[in-house]
Design a protein. Sequence first.
Length: 290
Amino acid sequence: MSKIAIVTDSNSGITQIEAKEMGVYVVPMPFFIKEKQYLEDISLSQEQFYQILDDDVDVSTSQPAPAYIIDMWDNLLKEYDEIVHIPMSSGLSGSCDTAVGLSADYDGKVVVVDNRRISVTQKQSVEDAIELSNAGKSAAQIKEILETESLESSIYITLATLKYLKKGGRLTPAAAAIGTILNLKPVLQIQGGKLDAYAKVRGFAQAKKVMLDALDKDIHERFKEDYENNAIRLMIAHTQNFEEANELKKVLAEKYPTCEIVSCDPLSLSVSCHIGPGALAVACARKVRY
């Protein structure tokens, strides 16, 4: 049986400390602040990042440098036979396509999974890859299974502020001004690797209800059979909103006692810089089939 290294990026929300505990490897995503590069969870912590946002400093994201990826792979292949690399969705970043291009020089020893996921669902794909590797699957088999399962998840996010959507050009200043006056809160959806608007409602409490109703519809319609077979995992994510996230965890545990709640984590900084602090997200994913 091949010895397989599992690699992901910090968009998964997996910290460097967690990576060591899990036995996986995490590529830190780079950020540029005042023209200086920082690496998530290495030279830029969550606390530092949100302080920078609070100070209204411009933050831009970037792909990991190809040389960084190649160096990591080359070092890992001294110890491992194969590598499964799970970057953020190709629908949200070019880093997946870059990794695919780089892997062409490794004669099949490195496989790149376009799992069409980010944040807590991407983290779940990493957990699935570990499970599949422990079950004796090859890197190529893990890639095939994860890509087959890639669309079997949903994330719904509600925001506390429209400021960062406006700042990132995803919302016009006029629409943001009207939305702020009317206390409009968007509910966003990540499904199939793209971030889309799902609904727009008045007030954070109503936005949470819409988000939870959307999750409930997925569980009882889209994943009905999996739910009945206790094969659904639930996840919670947030941006500096620990109290609401923990309260939401209690609500989900009571409402769906047969579902495993596998994470209650901060959203990755790549997502956070576009939505700002105070956001809350719920997600579900089907247990991997093999």
